[in-house]
Ligand binder design. Structure first.
Ligand code: GLU
Length: 597
Protein backbone atom coordinates (compact mmCIF):
# COMPACT_ATOMS: atom_id res chain seq x y z
CA UNK A 1 0.00 0.00 0.00
CA UNK A 2 1.23 3.45 -0.86
CA UNK A 3 0.87 5.98 1.93
CA UNK A 4 0.95 9.75 1.89
CA UNK A 5 4.34 9.52 3.57
CA UNK A 6 5.64 8.04 0.34
CA UNK A 7 3.86 10.59 -1.78
CA UNK A 8 4.97 13.66 0.09
CA UNK A 9 8.47 14.05 -1.37
CA UNK A 10 7.14 13.71 -4.89
CA UNK A 11 4.39 16.19 -4.22
CA UNK A 12 6.67 18.69 -2.59
CA UNK A 13 8.84 18.68 -5.67
CA UNK A 14 6.02 19.13 -8.07
CA UNK A 15 3.90 21.69 -6.28
CA UNK A 16 6.15 23.58 -3.98
CA UNK A 17 3.06 23.43 -1.81
CA UNK A 18 4.04 20.89 0.79
CA UNK A 19 4.70 21.04 3.72
CA UNK A 20 6.56 20.85 6.91
CA UNK A 21 3.63 19.43 8.84
CA UNK A 22 3.68 15.70 9.38
CA UNK A 23 0.97 14.01 7.35
CA UNK A 24 -1.74 12.13 9.19
CA UNK A 25 -0.99 8.47 9.71
CA UNK A 26 -2.60 6.03 7.33
CA UNK A 27 -5.27 3.85 8.89
CA UNK A 28 -3.44 0.74 10.18
CA UNK A 29 -6.49 -1.36 9.38
CA UNK A 30 -5.89 -0.55 5.70
CA UNK A 31 -3.24 -3.24 5.65
CA UNK A 32 -5.78 -5.73 6.97
CA UNK A 33 -8.48 -4.77 4.50
CA UNK A 34 -6.09 -4.65 1.53
CA UNK A 35 -6.81 -1.05 0.66
CA UNK A 36 -4.69 0.41 -2.08
CA UNK A 37 -5.08 4.04 -3.14
CA UNK A 38 -3.93 3.62 -6.74
CA UNK A 39 -3.99 1.02 -9.49
CA UNK A 40 -3.12 1.03 -13.19
CA UNK A 41 -4.11 -1.44 -15.85
CA UNK A 42 -6.56 -2.71 -18.42
CA UNK A 43 -10.10 -3.98 -18.56
CA UNK A 44 -11.79 -1.33 -16.42
CA UNK A 45 -11.37 0.27 -13.02
CA UNK A 46 -13.26 0.84 -9.78
CA UNK A 47 -12.43 3.26 -7.02
CA UNK A 48 -14.31 3.99 -3.81
CA UNK A 49 -13.58 4.71 -0.18
CA UNK A 50 -13.92 1.05 0.80
CA UNK A 51 -12.06 -2.12 -0.21
CA UNK A 52 -15.09 -4.44 -0.04
CA UNK A 53 -17.17 -2.08 -2.15
CA UNK A 54 -14.43 -1.70 -4.74
CA UNK A 55 -14.07 -5.50 -4.83
CA UNK A 56 -17.83 -5.82 -5.41
CA UNK A 57 -17.62 -3.57 -8.47
CA UNK A 58 -14.53 -5.35 -9.73
CA UNK A 59 -16.26 -8.72 -9.43
CA UNK A 60 -19.07 -7.48 -11.68
CA UNK A 61 -16.59 -6.12 -14.25
CA UNK A 62 -14.68 -9.41 -14.22
CA UNK A 63 -17.88 -11.30 -14.96
CA UNK A 64 -18.46 -9.19 -18.04
CA UNK A 65 -20.68 -6.51 -16.54
CA UNK A 66 -20.29 -2.92 -17.68
CA UNK A 67 -19.48 0.26 -15.77
CA UNK A 68 -23.11 0.90 -14.83
CA UNK A 69 -23.59 -2.63 -13.48
CA UNK A 70 -20.37 -2.29 -11.50
CA UNK A 71 -21.27 1.18 -10.20
CA UNK A 72 -24.57 -0.11 -8.80
CA UNK A 73 -22.82 -3.14 -7.25
CA UNK A 74 -20.23 -0.83 -5.65
CA UNK A 75 -22.91 1.55 -4.38
CA UNK A 76 -24.95 -1.30 -2.91
CA UNK A 77 -21.86 -2.60 -1.11
CA UNK A 78 -21.18 0.91 0.22
CA UNK A 79 -24.70 0.75 1.66
CA UNK A 80 -23.40 -2.13 3.77
CA UNK A 81 -19.90 -0.98 4.67
CA UNK A 82 -20.46 2.82 4.61
CA UNK A 83 -24.01 2.85 5.97
CA UNK A 84 -23.53 6.29 7.55
CA UNK A 85 -22.86 7.86 4.16
CA UNK A 86 -24.74 5.82 1.58
CA UNK A 87 -27.68 3.52 1.16
CA UNK A 88 -31.21 3.04 -0.04
CA UNK A 89 -32.43 5.42 2.66
CA UNK A 90 -30.75 8.28 0.78
CA UNK A 91 -30.14 9.82 -2.65
CA UNK A 92 -27.43 10.85 -5.06
CA UNK A 93 -26.33 11.99 -8.49
CA UNK A 94 -25.07 9.71 -11.28
CA UNK A 95 -23.04 10.91 -14.29
CA UNK A 96 -22.54 8.51 -17.18
CA UNK A 97 -20.38 8.64 -20.28
CA UNK A 98 -21.59 6.23 -22.94
CA UNK A 99 -18.77 5.04 -25.19
CA UNK A 100 -21.15 4.05 -27.98
CA UNK A 101 -22.84 7.42 -28.34
CA UNK A 102 -20.02 9.57 -26.96
CA UNK A 103 -22.61 11.36 -24.81
CA UNK A 104 -22.67 12.28 -21.12
CA UNK A 105 -26.04 11.91 -19.35
CA UNK A 106 -26.95 12.43 -15.72
CA UNK A 107 -29.48 11.07 -13.25
CA UNK A 108 -30.72 13.28 -10.42
CA UNK A 109 -31.75 10.84 -7.69
CA UNK A 110 -32.06 13.52 -5.05
CA UNK A 111 -34.38 13.03 -2.10
CA UNK A 112 -37.56 15.12 -2.28
CA UNK A 113 -39.81 16.77 0.25
CA UNK A 114 -43.39 15.60 0.64
CA UNK A 115 -45.95 17.18 -1.68
CA UNK A 116 -47.51 18.48 1.54
CA UNK A 117 -44.36 20.38 2.62
CA UNK A 118 -44.03 24.13 2.34
CA UNK A 119 -41.57 26.82 3.34
CA UNK A 120 -42.59 26.42 6.99
CA UNK A 121 -41.33 22.81 7.09
CA UNK A 122 -38.67 23.55 9.70
CA UNK A 123 -40.52 26.29 11.61
CA UNK A 124 -42.05 25.70 15.02
CA UNK A 125 -44.17 28.47 16.51
CA UNK A 126 -42.88 30.68 13.69
CA UNK A 127 -39.23 30.08 14.63
CA UNK A 128 -36.69 27.83 12.89
CA UNK A 129 -36.03 24.54 14.66
CA UNK A 130 -32.61 24.06 16.20
CA UNK A 131 -30.51 22.38 13.52
CA UNK A 132 -29.70 19.33 15.68
CA UNK A 133 -33.40 18.79 16.42
CA UNK A 134 -34.20 18.94 12.72
CA UNK A 135 -31.43 16.48 11.80
CA UNK A 136 -32.53 13.69 14.13
CA UNK A 137 -36.18 13.71 13.16
CA UNK A 138 -38.65 12.35 10.66
CA UNK A 139 -39.09 15.90 9.37
CA UNK A 140 -35.69 15.91 7.71
CA UNK A 141 -36.29 12.64 5.83
CA UNK A 142 -36.87 13.11 2.11
CA UNK A 143 -38.24 10.47 -0.25
CA UNK A 144 -35.14 8.35 -0.94
CA UNK A 145 -33.90 8.31 -4.54
CA UNK A 146 -31.07 5.78 -4.45
CA UNK A 147 -32.94 2.57 -5.27
CA UNK A 148 -34.75 4.30 -8.14
CA UNK A 149 -31.43 5.63 -9.45
CA UNK A 150 -29.96 2.10 -9.49
CA UNK A 151 -32.97 0.71 -11.28
CA UNK A 152 -33.10 3.47 -13.85
CA UNK A 153 -29.34 3.39 -14.54
CA UNK A 154 -29.48 -0.39 -15.07
CA UNK A 155 -32.56 -0.20 -17.23
CA UNK A 156 -31.08 2.48 -19.50
CA UNK A 157 -27.45 1.46 -19.73
CA UNK A 158 -26.80 -1.69 -17.70
CA UNK A 159 -26.35 -5.24 -18.93
CA UNK A 160 -27.29 -7.05 -15.71
CA UNK A 161 -30.46 -6.97 -13.65
CA UNK A 162 -30.76 -5.53 -10.18
CA UNK A 163 -30.92 -8.94 -8.49
CA UNK A 164 -27.56 -9.90 -9.95
CA UNK A 165 -25.65 -6.73 -9.16
CA UNK A 166 -26.97 -6.67 -5.59
CA UNK A 167 -25.51 -10.14 -4.91
CA UNK A 168 -21.99 -9.11 -3.85
CA UNK A 169 -23.47 -6.60 -1.38
CA UNK A 170 -25.85 -9.23 0.02
CA UNK A 171 -22.89 -11.50 0.58
CA UNK A 172 -20.93 -8.78 2.40
CA UNK A 173 -23.97 -7.98 4.53
CA UNK A 174 -24.49 -11.64 5.46
CA UNK A 175 -20.86 -12.59 6.04
CA UNK A 176 -19.98 -9.27 7.58
CA UNK A 177 -17.24 -6.72 7.05
CA UNK A 178 -14.29 -5.77 9.20
CA UNK A 179 -14.77 -2.72 11.36
CA UNK A 180 -11.93 -0.23 10.83
CA UNK A 181 -10.96 2.86 12.75
CA UNK A 182 -12.95 5.19 10.49
CA UNK A 183 -16.10 3.14 10.99
CA UNK A 184 -15.62 3.11 14.75
CA UNK A 185 -14.99 6.87 14.79
CA UNK A 186 -18.11 7.53 12.73
CA UNK A 187 -20.15 5.30 15.02
CA UNK A 188 -18.80 7.18 18.04
CA UNK A 189 -19.99 10.44 16.47
CA UNK A 190 -23.48 8.95 16.35
CA UNK A 191 -23.44 6.90 19.52
CA UNK A 192 -25.65 9.19 21.61
CA UNK A 193 -28.46 9.28 19.08
CA UNK A 194 -28.19 5.66 17.91
CA UNK A 195 -28.58 4.77 21.56
CA UNK A 196 -32.00 6.46 21.55
CA UNK A 197 -33.38 4.42 18.64
CA UNK A 198 -33.53 0.68 19.39
CA UNK A 199 -33.34 -0.27 15.69
CA UNK A 200 -30.22 1.87 15.13
CA UNK A 201 -28.70 0.61 18.36
CA UNK A 202 -29.25 -3.02 17.36
CA UNK A 203 -27.54 -2.48 14.01
CA UNK A 204 -24.54 -0.39 14.95
CA UNK A 205 -23.91 -0.74 18.70
CA UNK A 206 -23.33 -4.45 19.31
CA UNK A 207 -24.14 -5.22 22.95
CA UNK A 208 -24.86 -1.51 23.34
CA UNK A 209 -21.19 -0.63 22.72
CA UNK A 210 -19.07 0.81 19.92
CA UNK A 211 -18.04 -1.90 17.47
CA UNK A 212 -14.46 -2.97 18.08
CA UNK A 213 -11.84 -2.29 15.40
CA UNK A 214 -11.07 -5.60 13.70
CA UNK A 215 -14.42 -7.18 14.63
CA UNK A 216 -16.96 -8.33 12.05
CA UNK A 217 -20.24 -6.50 11.61
CA UNK A 218 -23.10 -8.24 9.85
CA UNK A 219 -26.39 -6.84 8.60
CA UNK A 220 -28.75 -9.71 7.71
CA UNK A 221 -31.71 -7.34 7.58
CA UNK A 222 -30.10 -5.33 4.82
CA UNK A 223 -29.17 -8.50 2.91
CA UNK A 224 -32.85 -9.53 3.08
CA UNK A 225 -33.98 -6.06 1.98
CA UNK A 226 -31.63 -6.19 -1.02
CA UNK A 227 -32.96 -9.67 -1.89
CA UNK A 228 -36.49 -8.32 -1.78
CA UNK A 229 -35.52 -5.46 -4.11
CA UNK A 230 -33.80 -7.93 -6.40
CA UNK A 231 -36.89 -10.16 -6.57
CA UNK A 232 -39.57 -7.56 -7.06
CA UNK A 233 -37.66 -4.51 -8.23
CA UNK A 234 -37.84 -1.15 -6.54
CA UNK A 235 -41.66 -1.26 -6.50
CA UNK A 236 -41.19 -2.98 -3.12
CA UNK A 237 -39.75 0.32 -1.89
CA UNK A 238 -41.78 2.90 -3.80
CA UNK A 239 -45.13 1.11 -3.72
CA UNK A 240 -44.70 -1.86 -1.41
CA UNK A 241 -43.78 -3.17 2.02
CA UNK A 242 -40.33 -1.59 2.32
CA UNK A 243 -41.93 1.77 1.56
CA UNK A 244 -44.66 1.18 4.13
CA UNK A 245 -41.96 0.54 6.72
CA UNK A 246 -40.09 3.71 5.71
CA UNK A 247 -43.24 5.81 6.06
CA UNK A 248 -44.19 4.28 9.40
CA UNK A 249 -40.69 4.94 10.69
CA UNK A 250 -40.43 8.56 9.65
CA UNK A 251 -43.99 9.41 10.68
CA UNK A 252 -43.57 7.74 14.07
CA UNK A 253 -39.83 7.78 14.78
CA UNK A 254 -39.27 4.61 16.82
CA UNK A 255 -37.49 6.29 19.70
CA UNK A 256 -36.83 4.59 23.02
CA UNK A 257 -39.37 6.30 25.34
CA UNK A 258 -36.84 6.12 28.18
CA UNK A 259 -34.48 8.36 26.20
CA UNK A 260 -36.72 11.40 26.50
CA UNK A 261 -35.75 12.43 22.94
CA UNK A 262 -38.30 14.43 20.99
CA UNK A 263 -37.87 13.11 17.44
CA UNK A 264 -40.39 15.09 15.41
CA UNK A 265 -42.53 13.16 12.94
CA UNK A 266 -42.06 13.65 9.20
CA UNK A 267 -44.56 14.37 6.45
CA UNK A 268 -43.54 11.98 3.68
CA UNK A 269 -46.27 9.38 2.99
CA UNK A 270 -46.83 6.45 0.67
CA UNK A 271 -48.25 8.70 -2.07
CA UNK A 272 -45.01 10.70 -1.99
CA UNK A 273 -43.01 7.51 -2.40
CA UNK A 274 -45.22 6.34 -5.28
CA UNK A 275 -44.77 9.70 -7.04
CA UNK A 276 -40.97 9.69 -6.84
CA UNK A 277 -39.16 10.14 -10.16
CA UNK A 278 -35.47 10.11 -10.96
CA UNK A 279 -34.77 13.04 -13.25
CA UNK A 280 -32.70 12.29 -16.29
CA UNK A 281 -31.15 15.49 -17.54
CA UNK A 282 -28.38 17.02 -19.55
CA UNK A 283 -25.11 17.60 -17.76
CA UNK A 284 -23.58 21.01 -17.24
CA UNK A 285 -20.75 21.69 -19.64
CA UNK A 286 -17.81 24.04 -19.78
CA UNK A 287 -14.70 23.99 -21.89
CA UNK A 288 -11.63 24.38 -19.72
CA UNK A 289 -8.28 24.74 -21.46
CA UNK A 290 -9.52 22.69 -24.39
CA UNK A 291 -11.14 19.95 -22.27
CA UNK A 292 -14.88 19.30 -22.03
CA UNK A 293 -15.95 19.22 -18.39
CA UNK A 294 -19.37 17.69 -17.63
CA UNK A 295 -21.12 17.88 -14.26
CA UNK A 296 -24.46 17.76 -12.51
CA UNK A 297 -27.03 20.44 -13.27
CA UNK A 298 -29.38 21.75 -10.55
CA UNK A 299 -30.86 20.52 -8.20
CA UNK A 300 -27.19 20.18 -7.35
CA UNK A 301 -25.11 23.32 -7.40
CA UNK A 302 -22.05 21.18 -8.20
CA UNK A 303 -21.93 21.55 -11.97
CA UNK A 304 -22.71 25.26 -12.12
CA UNK A 305 -20.31 26.20 -9.34
CA UNK A 306 -17.36 24.04 -10.44
CA UNK A 307 -18.07 25.19 -14.01
CA UNK A 308 -18.24 28.90 -13.19
CA UNK A 309 -15.04 28.70 -11.15
CA UNK A 310 -13.27 26.91 -14.02
CA UNK A 311 -14.50 29.54 -16.46
CA UNK A 312 -13.15 32.26 -14.16
CA UNK A 313 -9.78 30.49 -13.93
CA UNK A 314 -9.82 30.00 -17.69
CA UNK A 315 -9.89 33.77 -18.30
CA UNK A 316 -6.15 33.84 -17.59
CA UNK A 317 -3.27 31.53 -18.34
CA UNK A 318 -1.98 29.27 -15.58
CA UNK A 319 0.54 31.12 -13.41
CA UNK A 320 2.84 28.10 -13.58
CA UNK A 321 5.85 29.81 -12.12
CA UNK A 322 4.03 31.36 -9.19
CA UNK A 323 2.34 28.94 -6.80
CA UNK A 324 1.07 31.77 -4.56
CA UNK A 325 -0.74 33.42 -7.48
CA UNK A 326 -2.04 30.01 -8.44
CA UNK A 327 -3.57 29.39 -5.00
CA UNK A 328 -4.82 32.98 -4.83
CA UNK A 329 -6.72 32.63 -8.09
CA UNK A 330 -8.14 29.25 -7.07
CA UNK A 331 -9.47 30.68 -3.79
CA UNK A 332 -10.88 33.81 -5.45
CA UNK A 333 -12.57 31.87 -8.24
CA UNK A 334 -14.34 29.66 -5.69
CA UNK A 335 -15.29 32.67 -3.56
CA UNK A 336 -16.94 34.37 -6.53
CA UNK A 337 -18.65 31.21 -7.77
CA UNK A 338 -20.09 30.56 -4.29
CA UNK A 339 -21.44 34.12 -4.07
CA UNK A 340 -23.46 33.34 -7.20
CA UNK A 341 -24.40 29.82 -6.15
CA UNK A 342 -25.94 30.93 -2.86
CA UNK A 343 -28.06 33.54 -4.61
CA UNK A 344 -29.18 31.73 -7.73
CA UNK A 345 -29.22 27.94 -7.42
CA UNK A 346 -32.10 25.80 -6.16
CA UNK A 347 -34.44 23.14 -7.54
CA UNK A 348 -35.16 24.28 -11.13
CA UNK A 349 -38.69 22.86 -10.96
CA UNK A 350 -39.45 25.58 -8.41
CA UNK A 351 -37.18 28.53 -9.05
CA UNK A 352 -35.76 29.96 -12.23
CA UNK A 353 -32.11 28.91 -12.16
CA UNK A 354 -29.82 30.68 -14.65
CA UNK A 355 -27.82 27.52 -15.37
CA UNK A 356 -26.80 28.52 -18.90
CA UNK A 357 -25.96 32.07 -17.90
CA UNK A 358 -23.86 31.03 -14.89
CA UNK A 359 -21.80 28.84 -17.22
CA UNK A 360 -21.38 31.46 -19.94
CA UNK A 361 -17.69 32.41 -20.39
CA UNK A 362 -18.77 36.05 -20.90
CA UNK A 363 -20.35 35.99 -17.43
CA UNK A 364 -17.18 34.48 -15.96
CA UNK A 365 -15.16 37.29 -17.55
CA UNK A 366 -17.46 39.85 -15.94
CA UNK A 367 -16.80 38.24 -12.56
CA UNK A 368 -13.09 37.46 -13.01
CA UNK A 369 -12.30 41.14 -13.26
CA UNK A 370 -13.03 41.38 -9.52
CA UNK A 371 -9.84 39.47 -8.77
CA UNK A 372 -7.03 41.68 -7.58
CA UNK A 373 -3.68 39.90 -8.06
CA UNK A 374 -2.26 41.62 -4.97
CA UNK A 375 -5.09 41.39 -2.49
CA UNK A 376 -7.83 38.99 -1.38
CA UNK A 377 -11.47 39.95 -1.84
CA UNK A 378 -13.64 40.42 1.24
CA UNK A 379 -16.44 37.97 1.96
CA UNK A 380 -19.34 37.82 1.93
CA UNK A 381 -19.07 39.02 -1.62
CA UNK A 382 -22.25 40.11 -3.42
CA UNK A 383 -23.53 37.93 -6.25
CA UNK A 384 -23.44 39.07 -9.84
CA UNK A 385 -26.41 39.19 -12.17
CA UNK A 386 -25.98 36.39 -14.71
CA UNK A 387 -28.96 37.69 -16.69
CA UNK A 388 -27.26 41.06 -17.22
CA UNK A 389 -23.50 40.53 -16.96
CA UNK A 390 -21.59 43.74 -16.39
CA UNK A 391 -17.89 43.89 -15.71
CA UNK A 392 -17.11 43.78 -11.99
CA UNK A 393 -20.73 44.63 -11.12
CA UNK A 394 -22.65 43.07 -8.28
CA UNK A 395 -26.35 42.59 -7.86
CA UNK A 396 -27.62 43.46 -4.43
CA UNK A 397 -26.56 42.20 -1.06
CA UNK A 398 -24.32 39.26 -0.35
CA UNK A 399 -26.03 36.01 0.60
CA UNK A 400 -24.60 34.14 3.56
CA UNK A 401 -23.13 30.67 3.23
CA UNK A 402 -25.54 28.12 4.71
CA UNK A 403 -24.41 25.28 6.95
CA UNK A 404 -24.06 21.93 5.23
CA UNK A 405 -23.12 18.53 6.60
CA UNK A 406 -20.01 16.50 5.91
CA UNK A 407 -20.78 12.98 4.88
CA UNK A 408 -21.51 11.15 1.64
CA UNK A 409 -19.33 8.94 -0.54
CA UNK A 410 -18.14 8.97 -4.14
CA UNK A 411 -17.31 6.13 -6.51
CA UNK A 412 -15.87 6.13 -10.00
CA UNK A 413 -15.98 3.23 -12.46
CA UNK A 414 -14.81 2.54 -16.02
CA UNK A 415 -15.18 -0.57 -18.13
CA UNK A 416 -13.37 -2.31 -20.97
CA UNK A 417 -15.67 -0.68 -23.53
CA UNK A 418 -14.76 2.80 -22.36
CA UNK A 419 -17.98 3.64 -20.49
CA UNK A 420 -17.45 5.73 -17.37
CA UNK A 421 -19.56 6.42 -14.27
CA UNK A 422 -19.00 9.10 -11.63
CA UNK A 423 -21.55 8.63 -8.87
CA UNK A 424 -21.89 10.40 -5.52
CA UNK A 425 -24.42 9.12 -3.01
CA UNK A 426 -25.41 10.35 0.39
CA UNK A 427 -27.76 10.20 3.33
CA UNK A 428 -26.60 13.80 4.16
CA UNK A 429 -25.00 13.95 7.62
CA UNK A 430 -22.71 11.13 8.78
CA UNK A 431 -25.38 8.73 10.05
CA UNK A 432 -28.21 10.62 8.30
CA UNK A 433 -31.20 11.13 10.57
CA UNK A 434 -29.80 8.47 12.93
CA UNK A 435 -33.07 6.59 12.49
CA UNK A 436 -32.85 3.03 11.11
CA UNK A 437 -35.93 1.41 9.62
CA UNK A 438 -36.70 -1.47 12.01
CA UNK A 439 -36.07 -4.86 10.45
CA UNK A 440 -34.75 -3.36 7.20
CA UNK A 441 -31.08 -2.70 7.96
CA UNK A 442 -30.65 0.88 6.70
CA UNK A 443 -30.71 4.42 7.99
CA UNK A 444 -33.02 7.15 6.77
CA UNK A 445 -31.53 10.33 5.33
CA UNK A 446 -31.76 13.83 6.79
CA UNK A 447 -31.35 15.40 3.34
CA UNK A 448 -34.12 17.96 3.81
CA UNK A 449 -31.88 19.85 6.22
CA UNK A 450 -30.00 20.91 3.06
CA UNK A 451 -32.89 23.36 2.55
CA UNK A 452 -32.49 26.74 4.18
CA UNK A 453 -34.98 26.85 7.05
CA UNK A 454 -35.59 30.58 6.54
CA UNK A 455 -34.32 32.99 3.84
CA UNK A 456 -30.55 33.36 4.26
CA UNK A 457 -30.76 37.11 3.83
CA UNK A 458 -34.05 38.76 4.73
CA UNK A 459 -35.56 40.48 1.72
CA UNK A 460 -33.52 38.54 -0.87
CA UNK A 461 -35.26 35.70 -2.71
CA UNK A 462 -33.86 32.41 -1.45
CA UNK A 463 -33.93 29.66 -4.09
CA UNK A 464 -33.43 26.95 -1.50
CA UNK A 465 -36.42 27.16 0.86
CA UNK A 466 -38.49 24.00 1.39
CA UNK A 467 -41.44 23.47 -0.93
CA UNK A 468 -43.89 20.72 -1.97
CA UNK A 469 -42.06 17.81 -3.66
CA UNK A 470 -39.01 20.09 -3.93
CA UNK A 471 -35.39 18.88 -3.88
CA UNK A 472 -32.97 20.57 -1.51
CA UNK A 473 -29.95 22.13 -3.20
CA UNK A 474 -26.92 19.85 -3.19
CA UNK A 475 -23.20 20.43 -3.61
CA UNK A 476 -22.55 16.99 -5.02
CA UNK A 477 -20.24 17.25 -8.03
CA UNK A 478 -19.50 14.02 -9.88
CA UNK A 479 -17.55 15.18 -12.93
CA UNK A 480 -16.42 13.59 -16.18
CA UNK A 481 -13.83 15.30 -18.39
CA UNK A 482 -13.41 14.45 -22.06
CA UNK A 483 -10.38 15.17 -24.19
CA UNK A 484 -11.06 15.15 -27.94
CA UNK A 485 -14.42 13.53 -27.19
CA UNK A 486 -12.95 10.60 -25.23
CA UNK A 487 -12.87 10.06 -21.45
CA UNK A 488 -9.85 11.61 -19.78
CA UNK A 489 -10.76 12.11 -16.11
CA UNK A 490 -13.66 11.34 -13.77
CA UNK A 491 -13.70 12.53 -10.16
CA UNK A 492 -15.92 13.35 -7.20
CA UNK A 493 -15.88 13.65 -3.43
CA UNK A 494 -18.01 13.86 -0.30
CA UNK A 495 -17.78 16.82 2.06
CA UNK A 496 -20.94 18.96 1.93
CA UNK A 497 -20.25 22.29 0.25
CA UNK A 498 -16.51 21.54 0.28
CA UNK A 499 -17.25 18.91 -2.39
CA UNK A 500 -17.24 21.71 -4.95
CA UNK A 501 -13.86 23.12 -3.94
CA UNK A 502 -12.34 19.65 -3.62
CA UNK A 503 -13.42 18.68 -7.12
CA UNK A 504 -12.14 22.01 -8.43
CA UNK A 505 -8.81 21.56 -6.66
CA UNK A 506 -8.33 17.99 -7.89
CA UNK A 507 -9.24 18.92 -11.47
CA UNK A 508 -6.97 21.94 -11.59
CA UNK A 509 -4.19 20.09 -9.78
CA UNK A 510 -4.23 17.49 -12.53
CA UNK A 511 -4.95 19.75 -15.51
CA UNK A 512 -2.92 22.84 -14.65
CA UNK A 513 -0.18 21.86 -12.26
CA UNK A 514 1.29 18.72 -13.72
CA UNK A 515 0.33 16.62 -10.73
CA UNK A 516 -0.59 13.01 -11.34
CA UNK A 517 -4.16 12.16 -10.37
CA UNK A 518 -2.95 10.43 -7.17
CA UNK A 519 -0.95 13.53 -6.26
CA UNK A 520 -3.83 15.86 -7.06
CA UNK A 521 -6.06 13.80 -4.73
CA UNK A 522 -3.46 13.59 -1.96
CA UNK A 523 -2.46 17.28 -2.07
CA UNK A 524 -3.39 19.46 0.94
CA UNK A 525 -6.77 21.14 0.52
CA UNK A 526 -8.28 24.53 1.13
CA UNK A 527 -11.92 25.52 0.69
CA UNK A 528 -13.11 29.10 0.15
CA UNK A 529 -16.90 29.40 -0.04
CA UNK A 530 -17.54 33.13 0.22
CA UNK A 531 -16.90 33.15 3.94
CA UNK A 532 -14.52 35.45 5.82
CA UNK A 533 -12.16 32.55 6.55
CA UNK A 534 -10.99 29.88 4.12
CA UNK A 535 -11.02 26.40 5.65
CA UNK A 536 -7.66 24.69 5.21
CA UNK A 537 -6.03 21.45 6.19
CA UNK A 538 -2.97 21.59 8.46
CA UNK A 539 -0.59 20.67 5.63
CA UNK A 540 -1.92 23.55 3.52
CA UNK A 541 -1.48 25.95 6.44
CA UNK A 542 2.06 24.76 6.96
CA UNK A 543 3.06 25.52 3.36
CA UNK A 544 5.17 28.58 2.55
CA UNK A 545 2.35 29.72 0.25
CA UNK A 546 -0.09 30.01 3.16
CA UNK A 547 1.95 32.73 4.87
CA UNK A 548 2.18 34.68 1.61
CA UNK A 549 -1.55 34.30 1.03
CA UNK A 550 -2.19 35.63 4.54
CA UNK A 551 -0.03 38.64 3.74
CA UNK A 552 -2.37 39.24 0.79
CA UNK A 553 -5.38 39.32 3.13
CA UNK A 554 -6.50 35.68 3.03
CA UNK A 555 -7.75 34.46 6.40
CA UNK A 556 -7.62 30.74 7.19
CA UNK A 557 -9.28 28.49 9.72
CA UNK A 558 -7.83 25.06 10.33
CA UNK A 559 -9.85 21.93 9.72
CA UNK A 560 -8.40 18.42 10.04
CA UNK A 561 -9.61 17.00 6.76
CA UNK A 562 -11.53 18.13 3.66
CA UNK A 563 -13.29 15.59 1.41
CA UNK A 564 -12.45 12.03 0.39
CA UNK A 565 -12.06 12.02 -3.39
CA UNK A 566 -11.83 9.16 -5.84
CA UNK A 567 -11.11 9.36 -9.54
CA UNK A 568 -9.98 7.60 -12.66
CA UNK A 569 -7.92 8.69 -15.62
CA UNK A 570 -7.50 7.18 -19.06
CA UNK A 571 -3.79 7.14 -19.82
CA UNK A 572 -2.58 7.89 -23.35
CA UNK A 573 -1.82 4.19 -23.96
CA UNK A 574 -5.42 3.24 -23.11
CA UNK A 575 -4.82 1.90 -19.61
CA UNK A 576 -6.96 3.06 -16.72
CA UNK A 577 -5.48 4.69 -13.67
CA UNK A 578 -7.70 4.48 -10.59
CA UNK A 579 -6.92 6.70 -7.61
CA UNK A 580 -8.30 7.18 -4.11
CA UNK A 581 -7.25 8.92 -0.92
CA UNK A 582 -4.03 7.63 0.63
CA UNK A 583 -5.00 8.92 4.09
CA UNK A 584 -8.26 10.87 4.39
CA UNK A 585 -11.19 8.87 5.84
CA UNK A 586 -8.78 6.04 6.51
CA UNK A 587 -7.73 5.79 2.87
CA UNK A 588 -9.69 4.68 -0.18
CA UNK A 589 -9.49 1.64 -2.43
CA UNK A 590 -8.58 1.74 -6.13
CA UNK A 591 -8.49 -1.32 -8.38
CA UNK A 592 -8.30 -2.32 -12.04
CA UNK A 593 -9.37 -5.55 -13.71
CA UNK A 594 -5.91 -6.44 -15.10
CA UNK A 595 -3.17 -4.59 -13.23
CA UNK A 596 -0.19 -3.69 -15.38
CA UNK A 597 2.33 -2.43 -12.87
N1 GLU B 1 -26.04 16.70 1.60
C1 GLU B 1 -24.86 17.19 0.98
C2 GLU B 1 -25.13 17.61 -0.43
O1 GLU B 1 -25.94 17.03 -1.08
C3 GLU B 1 -23.81 16.19 0.93
C4 GLU B 1 -23.37 15.85 2.28
C5 GLU B 1 -21.94 15.65 2.35
O2 GLU B 1 -21.25 15.32 1.43
O3 GLU B 1 -21.45 15.80 3.39
O4 GLU B 1 -24.52 18.52 -0.90
Amino acid sequence: MRTLARLVPALALVTGLLCTAAPAQADPSAAVTGKQPEAVGWGGAVTSVDADATAAGLEVLRRGGNAVDAAVATAAALGVTEPYSAGIGGGGYFVYYDARTGKVTTLDGRETASRTADSSLFLENGKPLAFADAVTSGLSVGVPGTAATWEQALRRWGSRDLAEVLKPAERIADRGFTVDQTFQDQTALNQARFQDFPASRALFLPNGKLPVVGSTLRNHDLAATYRELGRGGTAALYRGPIGADIVRTLQHPPVDPASGRNARPGKVDTADLAAYQVRQQDPTHVNYRGLDVYGIAPSSSGGTTVGEALNILGTSSVPTADSVQYDHRFLEASRIAFADRNRWVGDPNFVQVPTRQLLDPAYAASRACLINPQHALTSPLAPGDPYHPAACASSGQPVAEPYEGQSTTHLTVADRWGNVVAYTLTIEQTGGSGIAVPGRGFLLNNELTDFNFTPLTPGIPDPNLPGPAKRPRSSISPTIVLKDGKPYLAVGSPGGATIITTVLQVLTGRIDRGLTLEQAIAAPRASQRNTAATQAEPAFLASPEAAKLQAMGHVFSATPEIGAATGIERLPDGRWLAAAEPVRRGGGSAAVVHPSR
